[in-house]
Design a protein around this ligand. Structure first.
Ligand code: SF4
Ligand code: SF4
Length: 383
């Protein structure tokens, strides 16, 4: 296992972190973690040298409002001496915070749920233009100072889902030790992106990367793109290409992978043993560039799923419609599959054809997408 310095924390972290948000579950129920499978997976990773375990208040829950099953599971899995062998990361549920006392209440509750007296890496979760002003007004700076000084947390950081400008503003707004951003070869210029990565690193922050496989998308490539990788002289799985691309960045300290099966843990641990920074050769870079180009050609609607267009007053799930549309186009699935996936989506949201053409969504879209026109195409394909 390779290790890197984690910014201002000066801690040495394994380049592979264990993300506890997509653990195996029973009966498809997110709250029922299959402990017989999940516990050996986490302990295998730790035995192999992983020393970064990441969870959050809502992971493996039924929504964002209440605590999920992930934190209590982590507490259980880290018994028998495992807690002392890892650095534990969890996150303040930003969207639930209204007052300064809310912050203490959630942190104290999380310490109980995790059965520990301190959190090593405590992140303010999923910062964006809505949550950040509320947190600032409620006293987030003073809260973090207090939690650091009384030892409930060792280091303060934040995770982020918004535009680059806000990212830089937040980096400069507090003496953070680290931050966590979405980054993978398709999202090089999305949200904080490469520029944000470099900006934070120059300011001394450690960088944790989430979605290195874009929610598993980069592990399961469309056939035409998979072929490009298979025909290459360097034989690697799509997962290995994607993870190595992330770890090739010297600014990256740790990549968090949400592993759902033991085979994935074994493969990721194997890759993390040799994935050094700044090691990509020109032919390796060319493979990724070609794959990115193919993705670009095959993406019909360049929606980034930022969600700014939501909510739609008639109830259309706009980003989900576009994700299905793009995904279907890329994977060239049979027509029956197209329809059933769309039907599942529209069982709980309005049909694309129900768009009232009010234009509200387009005025908020940072990609300036002609959403009304594109929804007509979605309707034509799926309905
Ligand atoms: S234009 Fe259509 S999709 Fe956009 S907000 Fe209005 S009804 Fe919803
Ligand atoms: S349509 Fe535009 S605003 Fe809506 S999720 Fe996609 S990129 Fe964001």
């Amino acid at each position: 296992m390779l290790y890197r310095n984690y910014g201002k924390t000066n801690e040495s972290v394994s380049i592979l972190g264990f993300g506890c948000m997509r653990l195996p579950v029973l009966d498809g129920n997110p709250v029922k973690i299959d402990e017989k499978k999940a516990l050996p997976m986490l302990r295998y990773a730790i035995d192999a040298g992983v020393n970064y375990v990441d969870t959050a208040y809502p992971y493996h829950g039924t929504g964002m409002e209440s605590g999920g099953a992930s934190e209590p599971f982590v507490a259980k899995a880290l018994k028998d001496g495992y807690r002392a062998r890892v650095k534990l990361a969890t996150k303040l549920p930003s969207w639930l915070i209204k007052t300064r006392s809310d912050m203490d209440a959630y942190l104290n509750r999380q310490l109980e749920r995790l059965e520990t007296d301190h959190i090593d890496f405590y992140l303010v979760h999923s910062l964006n233009q809505d949550y950040w002003p509320v947190l600032k007004a409620a006293g987030i700076h003073e809260f973090l100072d207090q939690a650091l000084s009384d030892g409930r947390i060792r280091y303060a950081g934040f995770s982020f889902h918004d535009q680059l400008g806000l990212f830089k503003e937040i980096v400069d707004d507090y003496d953070w030790s680290f931050c966590q951003i979405q980054y993978n070869y398709l999202d090089e210029n999305y949200q904080a992106g490469r520029e944000g990565l470099r900006y934070a690193a120059e300011k001394g922050l450690g960088l944790a990367i989430m979605e290195p496989l874009r929610g598993g998308h980069l592990a399961n490539l469309p056939p035409a793109i998979q072929t490009v990788m298979e025909q290459n002289a360097i034989q690697r799985t799509p997962v290995e290409w994607a993870l190595r691309w992330v770890w090739n960045h010297p600014e990256v300290s740790v990549a968090l992978s949400g592993m759902g099966a033991m085979e994935q843990v074994v493969e990721n641990v194997r890759i993390a043993q040799t994935a050094t920074a700044s090691s990509f050769t020109a032919p390796e870079t060319a493979v990724i560039d070609r794959v990115k180009q193919l993705f670009k050609e095959k993406t019909r609607v360049p929606c980034t799923a930022c969600g700014y267009c939501m909510p739609c007053p008639v109830g259309i799930n706009i980003p989900a419609c576009f994700a299905l549309y793009n995904d279907d186009w890329m994977h060239e699935g049979p027509p029956a599959t197209r329809k059933s996936r769309y039907q599942n989506l529209t069982a709980t949201s309005a049909l694309a054809s129900q768009c009232a053409a009010c234009g509200q969504c387009e005025s908020h879209c940072p990609q300036s997408l002609p959403i009304r026109e594109e929804l007509k195409q979605v309707a034509a394909l799926f309905e």
